[in-house]
Design a protein around this ligand. Structure first.
Ligand code: FE2
Length: 188
């Protein structure tokens, strides 16, 4: 279940309906795909895509996505820091950024043109669609682990265009989770 945080309001949302509604108002689609499809430990990318074929096909029909793949990142990923540094400063793309999280966590920051910066901590079962042109940036959480299905309208369109606004540097890359909601503090 995703957790939304609005740092400038010191406000955190963790209920599914309030998360979905808040994100919808800033143009971000959030879905919770439950129950999860059964995947064997160490399932290959092809097995993941096959298991989620019905959901992937639905999104393709809705959003004009033509291809899907699986990204797999862990602390052992070669060149991990260089990879992350491409996406952890504010940027936008010529196409939607669509991610369904299979394993691990990640932290999106969204910077609406009008409105407060919002962080979204995503975890397994969360589908997020960041429309083309949306200013955003991405970090991993402390465990540096994420496995996610990505959908593309045109794989060539997924080049980051940096805003160089400096907004990203005003927000700590802090992941939030249920334990924060329960008042036990932020989880990195
Ligand atoms: Fe991006």
């Amino acid at each position: 279940m995703a957790t939304v945080n609005i740092p400038d309001e010191e406000r955190t949302l963790g209920e599914e309906a309030e998360v979905r509604d808040y994100l919808a108002r800033i143009g971000i689609t959030y879905e919770r795909w439950e129950p999860a499809h059964q995947l064997a430990p160490g399932a290959s990318a092809a097995e993941v895509l096959a298991a989620y074929a019905p959901e992937i096909d639905r999104l393709k029909a809705q959003g004009g996505y033509v291809t899907a793949d699986v990204i797999d990142v862990s602390p052992a990923t070669p060149g991990l820091d260089a990879m992350l540094n491409r996406f952890n400063s504010e940027h936008w793309h010529d196409e939607d950024e669509v991610r369904f999280i299979i394993e691990g966590r990640g932290l999106f920051h969204i910077h609406p043109r009008e409105g407060k910066v919002v962080s979204i901590t995503v975890e397994a079962g969360d589908l997020l669609r960041v429309p083309r042109g949306t200013w955003h940036w991405f970090d991993l959480c402390q465990e540096k682990r994420i496995r996610a299905i990505r959908l593309f309208q045109d794989a060539a369109g997924w080049t980051p265009h940096y805003t160089s606004s400096g907004t990203d540097r005003r927000y700590d890359p802090v992941c939030f989770g249920p334990s924060y909601i329960a008042g036990r503090g932020a989880v990195r």
